[in-house]
Design a protein around this ligand. Structure first.
Ligand code: PCA
Length: 142
């Protein structure tokens, strides 16, 4: 199974220790545009609304069921305030990814998405952005 990560589960980011998948080298991006916001300037939230926002940059991982379950628990999949896990299409975004891609693009991969309600009105939300960066991650209090 493949998982596309765009936030704290990326290699080099604060929750990477929970991501025990095998990275497919290079950078990948969503085939469609999606809105990616940092809720209250911190929590990365991709909304399942294709067509607006940016082609989101992230990383692709080959994951086993147990590894996915550990990340589902971290992202509180199915719980109030938690993420949902959907399938989206991604494609290589650089030469490294183009030569390492496990299939011809588009590549179907799981992704964690948030509910629009998480972006409560009046919050200091940042975005839409194309990429969650280390600068963004520093704003989080872990
Ligand atoms: N973790 C998941 C979803 C948002 C987040 O911070 C990810 O990295 O894709």
């Amino acid at each position: 199974m493949l998982l596309f990560v765009y936030g704290s589960l990326k290699e080099g980011f604060p929750n990477f220790h929970v991501n025990r998948g095998r990275r497919v080298p290079g950078a990948f991006r969503t085939v469609q545009r999606y809105p990616l916001f940092l809720a209250d300037g911190a929590l990365p939230c991709l909304l399942p609304q294709p067509g607006s926002g940016h082609h989101i940059l992230g990383q692709l991982f080959e994951v086993q069921a147990g590894q996915l379950a550990a990340m589902d628990a971290l992202e509180r999949v199915g719980e109030p305030g938690g993420y949902d896990r959907l399938t989206i299409d991604v494609e290589p975004a650089d030469d490294e990814a183009r030569s390492a891609a496990p299939a011809a693009a588009p590549i179907a991969a799981f992704v964690y998405v948030q509910h629009e309600a998480r972006l409560r009105p009046g919050g200091r939300h940042v975005g839409p952005v194309a990429e969650y960066t280390l600068e963004h991650a520093k704003a989080l209090r872990w």
